[in-house]
Design a protein. Structure first.
Lengths: 677, 153
C-alpha cells in the first residue's frame, strides 16, 4: 500500500469534526434559550454548578458554526461566513480578556442578559478568564484553519492544543468533585471546549501534527492506541487516588506513592500490550513481504523457464527486461540489454521498430517474422508475438514480446521442398524410363508388323509358285503338304494382324464424343453383310443409348460381337441376333444376344483372354483376339464387360460403360430412338 | 546403260524374296520390260539423281518408283522425303509398298506426298493381284507426267 493516510480514518475524523461544530452550536443555542426562559438546568447543566454565561454561549454558537461550515474545505460564502464567526468569537474572548487584565468593564458582560450578583460572582455575566483565553485560541485557530507554515506546520492545530488542555483541566476538575471551583467554567462549557478543540485538531487530519494519527503504518497505529489509552489510564489512576484520599484510606504521601506506582504499572502494561501487537503486525508484514518475494520469484522463474526469448519494451523501444533465452539468442547479458534499443538486435531494425509501434497502436501483433542477430553474427529466424501490458489502474506500461525460434520449422520446410524436388526428379526419371519403354514397345510392334509378315508372304508366295509352275511334277501328297503350308501361313498372318490391332488399341488415346450406339451397331451390321451371305438371320436391334465414347472403338466392339454372333449361329437354320439394352446390377448395359452354340459358364473367365478359344479351328475359324479386344476397349472407357451363356442355347455379351456414362444411358434410355427391326 | 528407252519401274527393295515375287508378277503381266532394282535407300537416290554408281546415267526419271519402307542405310521415308523435296523428282509417282501396317508410317508417307500407299498382303494371291493392279494402273491407265514436270524451277 502506497497511501500515506488511511482514507476511511480521514473521512471519519472530518465527520467527527463537523459533528463537534454542530453540537457546540446547538448546545450554545440551548443555553441561550435557558437564559431566555430562565432555566437553571440549561444554564448550569449541573445543580449548584457554575452557569454558562450568555456571551460564552454566543461564542460557542459562533465557533461551532465556523467549525461546521469550514469542516469541509469549503470555499466562497460558507468559508467567509465561518471566518467571520471565528473572528467574532475571538474578539469577544479578547474583549473579556482585556476586561480581566486591565480591570475595566467594557459593558459587554450584561449586554444580553442580566445576572444577579451573588457570592463567588466577582463580575456578573462575565465568562471565566480561561474561557475567554480559549475563545481567543479557538477563534484564531478557526480563522487560520487552512493556513500552513513553510515547514508544513498548522497554526490552527498548535492553537487548538492549549485550548484542549484548558478544557481537560476544567473537565478533570469536575471529575474530581463536580464543583469546578478552579476554573469557574460550566460543566457543559468544559465539555464543549474539549469537543471544539478536538474538532479543530481533526478538521484537517491528514495535515500537520495529526497526520501521524491517520497514518496506516506502525506509527499511526501506536499513536491511535497509546494516546487515548494513556490519557484514560492516568485520569482513572488519579481519580482513584483522589477518591481514596477523600474517604481517608491513605494520606497524601502514600497517595502519591500509590498513584505513581499504579500509573507506572498501567503504563508498563499498556506499552507491553501495544508492543506485542506491534510485533505481531510486523511479523505479518514480514510474512506478506516473504509471500511477495516468493510470488516475484515464481513469476520470474516462469519467464526464465521460457525457451522463447522474452522481453518487455517501453514506448521509446528500450528494453525493460529480458530473460535467459534472450541472453542466449543475442549473446548479451541482461545487464547489457536493459535500457538498450530493442531494434539493435535484428538484421532489419526498421521492421523491428514497426513491430512494437504496431503493438502500441493495435494492442498486439502475431507471428511477425524477424531475424534475430547474435553478437557473433549468427542469425535466428523467429516469429514475434507481442501484446501491451497494463499496470493496476489499466494504463499501458509497455510491450511484452516473445520470439519463437523457427529454425527447426524452416529446416523442416526446406527438407520438405527438397524431398518434393527429389520426388519430382524421380517422377521425371520414371516418366522418361516409361517413355523409353513405350518407344521400345512401339519399335517392337513395328518390327513384328514388318519383319514377321514379310517371311510369311514369302513362304506363301513361293509355295504357291511351286504349286502353279511345277504342279505336274509334284505327287499328290506333296501338293497336299504345300496346301497345309499355305494354310499355316495364312493363319499366322491373321494372328499377327489381330495381335497388332490389339497392341495398337492399348496405345491409342481415346477421343470421346457423344455418340448414338444404335448408329454404330447398324454400321457394324452393314459392314458385316458379306459374312451373312446365304444365311437366314433374324435381326432385332432395339433402342440404344447415347454415350460419351470413342466412336471408332465402340464400332469395333460391335463389329467383334456381331461377327461372333454371326459365326456361332452358323449351325442354326434360323439365326436370331438381338441387340438392345437392359438394366443389370443397377447399371444400364448394352447386350448382343444370339441363339448360337453358346458356351459353358465354367469357361466364362477364359472368354476374354487373348488367344483363348472354346472351339476347334475347323469348326469355327478365328484367332481368339476379338473378345480380348472388346474387353480392352470397354476397360479403356472405364466400363465392364461380361457374358452369359449356355451350351447349345446361345450366348449374351454385355458391356456397360463407366458410371457417368451409365447415368447418361439411363437418361437417354427413355428417349425414343428407332424401333426394333 | 545407254538404253534409249527410260527405265519404267524403279523397285527399291532389300529383300531378295520380295524382289523375286514382285518381278515374277510384273513379268507374267508383261509389265516388267524395264525394271531397275536397287537394294537400299542410298542406291535409290544415287540412281534417281545420277550419283555414285549411276554417275554415267543420263537424267531420266522412271515412270514409277515402288518403294519399300524398311531399308538398309537410308530408310524409305527418307528416300521419299528427298524425292518429293527436289523439284527435279517431285513429279515422279512413288508407290510405297510395305509389310508395315503401322499407322504412323502411313501418315508420314502421305504427309511427304506419296502417290499411293499399299500394305503388302500376306496372302500371295492377294499380293499378286495387288501388284498386278498397280502395275497396270500406273504404266497403262495413268498418263505419265510430261518432261516439263521434271524441270527445276
Amino acid at each position: 500500500m502506497n497511501e500515506s493516510v488511511d482514507r476511511s480514518l480521514v473521512s471519519g475524523c472530518r465527520s467527527f469534526s463537523r459533528a463537534a461544530g454542530l453540537i457546540a452550536a446547538l448546545t450554545g443555542a440551548l443555553v441561550l434559550a435557558g437564559w431566555l426562559v430562565g432555566s437553571g438546568v440549561l444554564k448550569t447543566a449541573l445543580p449548584g454548578g457554575a452557569p454558562m454565561r450568555a456571551n460564552a454561549a454566543v461564542c460557542f454558537i459562533l465557533c461551532g458554526v465556523a467549525l461546521w461550515l469550514m469542516g469541509r474545505e469549503s470555499r466562497g460564502a460558507a468559508r467567509r461566513i465561518g471566518q467571520c464567526c471565528a473572528v467574532l468569537a475571538a474578539l469577544i474572548g479578547l474583549a473579556t480578556l482585556a476586561e480581566y487584565l486591565f480591570g475595566i468593564n467594557l459593558g459587554i458582560d450584561q449586554l444580553l442578559f442580566r445576572e444577579a450578583p451573588g457570592p463567588g460572582v466577582a463580575h456578573p455575566g462575565r465568562m471565566p478568564l480561561l474561557a475567554a483565553v480559549n475563545f481567543v485560541l479557538l477563534g484564531c485557530a478557526l480563522l487560520l484553519l487552512d493556513a500552513e507554515t513553510r515547514r508544513g506546520r498548522r497554526p490552527a492545530q498548535l492553537l487548538a492544543l492549549p485550548a484542549g488542555l484548558i478544557a481537560f483541566l476544567a473537565a478533570f476538575d469536575y471529575a474530581l468533585d463536580l464543583e469546578g471551583d478552579a476554573t469557574g467554567m460550566a460543566l457543559h462549557g468544559a465539555a464543549l471546549f474539549g469537543l471544539l478543540s478536538l474538532g479543530v485538531l481533526l478538521a484537517r487530519p491528514e495535515k500537520g501534527v495529526t497526520a501521524v494519527l491517520v497514518s496506516p503504518r506502525v506509527g499511526g497505529m501506536v499513536a491511535r492506541r497509546l494516546l487515548p489509552s494513556c490519557v484514560a489510564a492516568l485520569v482513572v489512576v488519579a481519580w482513584l487516588r483522589w477518591m481514596g484520599q477523600r474517604v481517608g484510606l491513605y494520606g497524601t504521601k502514600s497517595g502519591v506513592i500509590l498513584m505513581v506506582t499504579s500509573a507506572v504499572a498501567v503504563i508498563v502494561v499498556l506499552i507491553w500490550v501495544n508492543a506485542r501487537a506491534l510485533d505481531r503486525a510486523d511479523k505479518e508484514r514480514e510474512r506478506d513481504g516473504e509471500a511477495l518475494r516468493e510470488a516475484y520469484a515464481y513469476n520470474r522463474s516462469l519467464i526464465e523457464a521460457s525457451f522463447d526469448p522474452v522481453v518487455t519494451i517501453d514506448a521509446e523501444g528500450k528494453i525493460g527486461d529480458a530473460n535467459r533465452a534472450t541472453e542466449l539468442a543475442t549473446g548479451f547479458s541482461r545487464q547489457h540489454l536493459v535500457g538498450k534499443d530493442f531494434c539493435d538486435y535484428f538484421t532489419e531494425p526498421e521492421r523491428a521498430r514497426a513491430v512494437y509501434q504496431q503493438v502500441f497502436e493495435t494492442g498486439q501483433v502475431r507471428d511477425y517474422e524477424l531475424l534475430l542477430r547474435r553478437r557473433d553474427g549468427h542469425t535466428t529466424p523467429v516469429l514475434y508475438n507481442a501484446a501491451v501490458y497494463h499496470d493496476q489502474s489499466g494504463q499501458v506500461r509497455g510491450v511484452f514480446a516473445a520470439a519463437r525460434d523457427t529454425t527447426e520449422q524452416q529446416r523442416a520446410a526446406q527438407e520438405v521442398s527438397r524431398l518434393n524436388a527429389e520426388l519430382e526428379r524421380r517422377v521425371v526419371e520414371r516418366t522418361a524410363e516409361l517413355e523409353a519403354t513405350n518407344k521400345e514397345l512401339e519399335a517392337f510392334t513395328s518390327s513384328v508388323s514388318h519383319d514377321l509378315r514379310a517371311p510369311l508372304r514369302h513362304i506363301d508366295g513361293f509355295s504357291r509358285l511351286l504349286l502353279e509352275k511345277h504342279s505336274a511334277a509334284l505327287p499328290v501328297e506333296a501338293r497336299h503338304y504345300l496346301e497345309r503350308v499355305r494354310e499355316g501361313t495364312r493363319r499366322m498372318g491373321a494372328l499377327v494382324d489381330d495381335l497388332l490391332d490389339l497392341a495398337r488399341l492399348g496405345r491409342k488415346e481415346l477421343s470421346l464424343q457423344v455418340t448414338g450406339l444404335k448408329t454404330l451397331a447398324e454400321q457394324a451390321r452393314a459392314e458385316l453383310q458379306p459374312e451373312t451371305e446365304g444365311r437366314s438371320i433374324e435381326w432385332h436391334i432395339g433402342a440404344l443409348p447415347f454415350v460419351d465414347c470413342d466412336p471408332a472403338l465402340l464400332k469395333q466392339v460391335f463389329m467383334n460381337l456381331i461377327s461372333n454372333a454371326i459365326k456361332f449361329t452358323r449351325p442354326r437354320q434360323q439365326a436370331v441376333i438381338e441387340i438392345g439394352q437392359a438394366v443389370e446390377n443397377g447399371r444400364v448395359a448394352v447386350y448382343v444376344r444370339d441363339n448360337g452354340i453358346g458356351f459353358s459358364m465354367k469357361y466364362r473367365d477364359k472368354l476374354f483372354k487373348v488367344f483363348q478359344r472354346l472351339h476347334r479351328a475347323e469348326d469355327f475359324e478365328g484367332t481368339g483376339v476379338g473378345l480380348a479386344a472388346v474387353q480392352r476397349i470397354i476397360h479403356k472407357h472405364g466400363g465392364q464387360v461380361w457374358a452369359e451363356g449356355e451350351l447349345d442355347k446361345g450366348a449374351t455379351f454385355y458391356f456397360a460403360l463407366e458410371a457417368g456414362a451409365a447415368d447418361s444411358i439411363e437418361n437417354r434410355a427413355a428417349a425414343p430412338e428407332g424401333g426394333a427391326q | 546403260m545407254t538404253e534409249p528407252q527410260a527405265v519404267e519401274i524403279l523397285l527399291v527393295e532389300d529383300n531378295l524374296a520380295d524382289v523375286e515375287l514382285t518381278v515374277d508378277v510384273l513379268r507374267r503381266n508383261n509389265l516388267a520390260n524395264h525394271i531397275e532394282v536397287v537394294r537400299d535407300g542410298e542406291e535409290a537416290l544415287d540412281f534417281l539423281f545420277c550419283k555414285g554408281a549411276f554417275k554415267q546415267r543420263s537424267f531420266l526419271p522412271p515412270r514409277l518408283v515402288l518403294l519399300d519402307l524398311k531399308l538398309p542405310k537410308l530408310d524409305g521415308l527418307e528416300v521419299l522425303r528427298q524425292i518429293k523435296g527436289d523439284p527435279r523428282t517431285k513429279a515422279v509417282p512413288v508407290v510405297v509398298m510395305t509389310s508395315s501396317r503401322e499407322e504412323k508410317d502411313m501418315v508420314e508417307s502421305y504427309r511427304l506426298g506419296v502417290n499411293s500407299y499399299i500394305p503388302k498382303p500376306v496372302d500371295f494371291d492377294q499380293f499378286r493381284e495387288t501388284v498386278k493392279q498397280l502395275g497396270l494402273y500406273w504404266l497403262l491407265v495413268n498418263r505419265a507426267p510430261p518432261p516439263q514436270a521434271f524441270r527445276a524451277e
